[in-house]
Write a new protein. Structure first.
Length: 298
C-alpha cells in the first residue's frame, strides 16, 4: 500500500525551487494504559483544580502563563504568540551544504521522507544525485507551526530525507559527564577486547534482526489476563559480578554469546499527591488590555 503524504513543501536554494511531498518516516509503538477507579473499575477523568480557590476549573476559565520567578507569572495570549510566530510557509530554504561526515547524529530529532511533487521529479533527482556524489548534507530552515525549524536534507536510496534537528543550545555538552579516571591497560586486555568485538561483529547493522521483547511480553501478559489466566512471575536471573576485567573478557570470548538485551528499568512508583497547602495567591501579569481582570494577591 502506497504511503500517504502528510504535507507538501518546496525546497528552495538560489533560483531553484523543487516541489516535494512529505511522508512520515518513523513511528514508535507502545501499549497505552488508562487509569481506573480501584473501587469499581471505571475509567477516571482528569480535572483541573485550583488549590487557592479549592475548586475544579473549567478549561475555558484558564489562561496561558509563563513562570518568570517563583509563583510570579506573566500572561501570554494567542495574540502575543501570533506576534512572534515565524511566517507560515511550506518552503524549505537551504542555507548551506556541509560535508556529510561533519554532521553529528546527536542533533537529529525527527525524520521525514521527501518525495518529488508534480513537476519536480527532474530537479529532485538532480539534487539528490549531486549530494550523493559530493557526499554533502544540506542545512536549511523550515517554517512549521510558526517556528523556525532547523533541518538537514540528505540523499537516501536515490531520493531525499529531511531530519528536523536540535539547535546547539538544546543539546547538552558531553563535557558535563564526569570523565573516567586515567586508566592504563595491559596489551593482553586490549587484545582480548579487540577479539571479543571481532567475534560479535557482523557485516552491517540489520535492524530487522531486532524486535521489542518487552512489548511482546507485555502484549502476551495482557492477552493472558484478558483470557482469565493467572500470571506467575519468572524467577530472577542471578546477576554476574565482574571481579576481574581480564577474566571477564576471557569468559566472554569462551561463550561467544550475542550481547544481551538491556533489561527494562523498573519504574519507580508514583508518589501520592500531597494535599494542597494554604499559600498566597500567585501573582499573574496579564496583557495590558485585560489588566483590570487580574485579581490582586490576597
Amino acid at each position: 500500500m502506497a504511503a500517504r503524504s502528510t504535507g507538501t513543501g518546496t525546497i528552495s536554494f538560489g533560483l531553484v525551487s523543487i516541489p516535494v511531498k512529505m511522508y512520515t518516516a518513523t513511528s514508535s509503538h507502545g501499549v497505552g494504559f488508562h487509569m481506573l477507579h480501584k473501587k469499581c473499575g471505571t475509567r477516571v477523568k482528569q480535572q483541573l483544580f485550583c488549590p487557592y480557590d479549592r475548586e475544579v476549573v473549567e478549561r475555558s476559565d484558564t489562561m496561558r502563563g509563563f513562570e518568570y520567578a517563583r509563583e510570579q507569572y506573566v500572561e501570554v495570549t494567542d495574540q502575543d504568540l501570533d506576534a512572534v510566530r515565524a511566517e507560515r510557509t511550506d518552503r524549505i530554504d537551504i542555507v548551506e551544504f556541509v560535508p556529510a561526515e561533519t554532521v553529528d547524529l546527536l542533533y537529529v530529532d525527527k525524520t521525514n521522507y521527501l518525495g518529488p511533487d508534480k513537476g519536480g521529479a527532474r530537479a529532485y533527482k538532480l539534487l539528490a544525485e549531486a549530494m550523493e556524489r559530493t557526499k554533502t548534507f544540506a542545512v536549511g530552515r523550515y517554517g512549521v507551526r510558526g517556528k523556525d525549524q532547523l533541518v538537514l536534507l540528505r540523499p537516501y536510496k536515490g531520493g531525499l530525507i529531511m531530519h528536523q534537528v536540535y539547535y546547539a543550545d538544546e543539546v547538552r555538552p558531553f563535557e558535563e559527564v564526569a570523565p573516567p579516571a586515567k586508566v592504563d591497560f595491559r596489551p593482553q586486555e586490549e587484545d582480548l577486547a579487540d577479539r571479543l568485538i571481532g567475534e560479535l561483529s557482523t557485516d552491517a547493522f540489520h535492524p530487522e534482526n531486532y524486535h521489542d521483547q518487552y512489548q511482546e511480553r507485555l502484549t502476551g501478559l495482557i492477552e493472558k489476563k484478558a483470557a482469565g489466566q493467572e500470571i506467575a512471575l519468572p524467577p530472577a536471573e542471578p546477576q554476574a559480578q565482574i571481579i576481574d576485567l581480564f577474566e571477564a573478557l576471557k569468559q566472554s570470548l569462551k561463550q561467544k554469546a550475542p550481547a544481551a538485551a538491556t533489561p527494562k528499568e523498573e519504574e519507580a512508583p508514583a508518589a501520592e499527591e500531597a494535599p494542597a497547602e494554604e499559600r498566597p495567591r500567585p501573582s499573574v501579569k496579564k496583557a495590558a488590555p485585560r489588566r483590570e481582570r487580574v485579581r490582586k494577591a490576597g
